[in-house]
Design a protein. Structure first.
Length: 553
């Protein structure tokens, strides 16, 4: 990873608890068999990005960690450092978020390089930075004479490094955008975009985008129109590793092009309803609705809220061996054994696929999304003729699904007769269990959480940051869920034209997003800052929870 002694980084990882001696002993022979250094094997097998080791090193040395995407370069001081010094001892003069100058180094034990630099720019305090980010920054600002020949990668190596980093950080998307000085790489991790390293030089960024377009089957000569494509990435080029599918989209921007890669990697640990964070009672009711011979179950929420994942988990709960399950999707994100999956495209739309399905004796039909009246009408008719239909809809709440379907032209009596249940969901970041910090809630926070015993202490948890979560304080995401189960009285209210507030008031089994946000905050899974929006929205709406005794009246 750098000229820094490998043993030093491994010791830092041990000290930080990134792995233990047992894992170290287990992976030593693996590294020898692969003819890799031990550090590389630890990183790949334990999914530890380079940043984790250098964060651990900064903790071990008691130094700040410089994220070069957040610590601006002090170009005046950097210009004073000789290129020959930077070539042998990569470093950069940067300023911390509070404006204090630091000398960012990959190797804080490099006494000669540090002392030489301090004679030029003054006795700046040290900060630890990733070597690859330093090399990229120096190449962009000082040119090739400031970096060791061969350390600046070609487009093939750059793409391999970015893809590996995306997998190690559990990123869902890779964004590569042409900017004035070159190309900036960002990864979406746990729903938030993170800048990775310093911007690539202009010619390297253009070459990288061209490389991705070639791999994705796009026209590299077309730079003025958006394009779509896809590629299969094999980590490390090793056929033994599982291939990862990536959806690719390009678009022209002011300074060139941008490319977005969606990483279509299914997590085997999150393929069942119980792993998503559904409250146990809600999961039980969901399974009960899935077991009904006919009707519609909808999952709603904005783009990127995990609707498709929830439906895939629902399909895995069904007995595919004894049920005929057909799906119409755009695109097919996961392959489910025993399920016939149809890709919707230019030749067949959702409504057309649904009409075809009805001639194939289906038991369960999944429609990727209800977008228009034609699709909704066929889905409703399928639900009334002995089929269970699952689908998604873009609405903010479970009651909002009813008004949305009504607005596009669905008959109210059909909705009341076919709807079995509606789930609404969001994704929030999970607090890192290793570094989260507990504190006592304030009186205002207790009122927001509807805790009536204002004099009794209440524990809340805040993010901190450690090598395990790469300093963010969060690791992974968890769903917040709202569930509205339709019984006879509620079906009658829907058929009679009830609005959202009246539907919520008529529901006898209604668990709201705010209820789940409250539960997960009190359990220490989410921070209050991340769920405050849902709790304040509950107060503003005036719609109160009807069924759960856990919420104060």
């Amino acid at each position: 990873m750098s000229s820094l002694n490998e043993a030093t980084l491994i010791q830092a990882g041990l000290q930080a608890g990134l792995f233990d001696n047992a894992a170290l002993a287990r992976l030593r022979p693996v590294a020898r068999a692969r003819r890799q250094n031990l550090l590389t094997t630890l990183a790949t097998d334990l999914a530890l990005p380079q940043a984790a080791f250098y964060l651990a090193l900064s903790e071990l040395r008691g130094l700040p960690y410089a994220r070069l995407s957040e610590w601006p370069v002090d170009e005046h001081l950097l210009a004073r450092l000789p290129a020959t010094l930077l070539k042998r001892h990569p470093m950069a003069a940067v300023r911390s978020p509070d404006g204090l100058p630091h000398l960012a180094v990959a190797n804080p034990d490099d006494a000669l390089g540090v002392e030489t630099a301090r004679r030029v720019v003054g006795a700046l305090p040290l900060a630890v930075a990733e070597p690859e980010a330093l090399t990229s920054l120096l190449y962009r600002l000082r040119g090739p004479e400031a970096v060791v020949a061969g350390e600046v990668e070609d487009p093939v190596q750059i793409f391999e490094r970015i893809a590996q980093e995306a997998l190690l950080r559990r990123a869902s998307d890779i964004h590569i955008e042409s900017i004035e000085v070159g190309a900036q790489v960002r990864l979406r991790v746990d729903g938030r975009l993170e800048i990775i390293g310093a911007p690539l030089a202009k010619h390297l960024g253009d070459a990288l985008i061209s490389r991705i377009k070639v791999l994705s089957g796009m026209d590299i000569a077309e730079v003025r129109a958006p394009q779509d494509g896809g590629l299969i990435y094999t980590p490390g080029g090793n056929a033994e590793n599982a291939a990862i599918e990536m959806r690719v989209a390009s678009a022209p921007v002011k300074f060139g092009e941008r490319v977005t890669l969606r990483v279509m990697k299914s997590d085997p640990n999150r393929q069942k309803l119980d792993s998503l964070g559904l409250p146990p009672s809600m999961a039980a009711r969901f399974r009960e609705a899935l077991g009904h011979p006919h009707g519609i179950v909808l999952v709603t929420g904005p783009t990127g809220s995990g609707k498709s994942t929830t439906l895939y988990c629902a399909l895995r709960e069904l007995d595919a061996e004894h049920l005929n399950i057909l799906t119409a999707e755009d695109p097919i994100e996961q392959v489910i054994p025993g399920v016939s999956q149809v890709q919707v495209g230019s030749k067949v739309d959702f409504a057309g696929a649904l009409r075809s399905f009805l001639r194939h004796d289906p038991d369960v039909i999944l429609v990727g999304e209800i977008r228009d009246l034609d699709t909704a009408d066929v889905a409703l008719k399928a639900a009334t003729t002995g089929h269970m239909v699952l689908s998604t809809l873009h609405t903010n709440s479970a009651p909002g699904a009813v008004t949305r379907l009504s607005d596009i032209g669905c008959e109210r009596f059909m909705l009341g007769a076919t709807l079995r249940g509606i789930l609404a969901q969001r994704l929030v970041r999970m607090l890192c269990p290793r570094c989260r910090r507990q504190r006592e809630a304030s009186a205002t926070e207790k009122r927001l959480l509807r805790v009536e015993e204002t004099d009794a202490p209440l524990t809340l948890w805040d993010p901190v940051g450690c090598p395990h979560c790469l300093g963010s304080g969060y690791r992974g995401r968890i769903g917040l869920y709202e569930a509205l189960w339709v019984d006879a009285p509620l079906a009658a209210a829907i058929s009679a034209g009830a609005d959202e507030r009246e539907i919520a008031a008529a529901a006898t089994d209604y668990w709201r997003l705010a209820d789940d946000a409250r539960e997960k905050t009190l359990a220490g899974l989410a921070s209050l800052a991340d769920v405050r929006f849902f709790l304040e929205g509950e107060q503003e709406s005036g719609i109160r929870h009807q069924a759960s005794g856990k919420v104060a009246p």
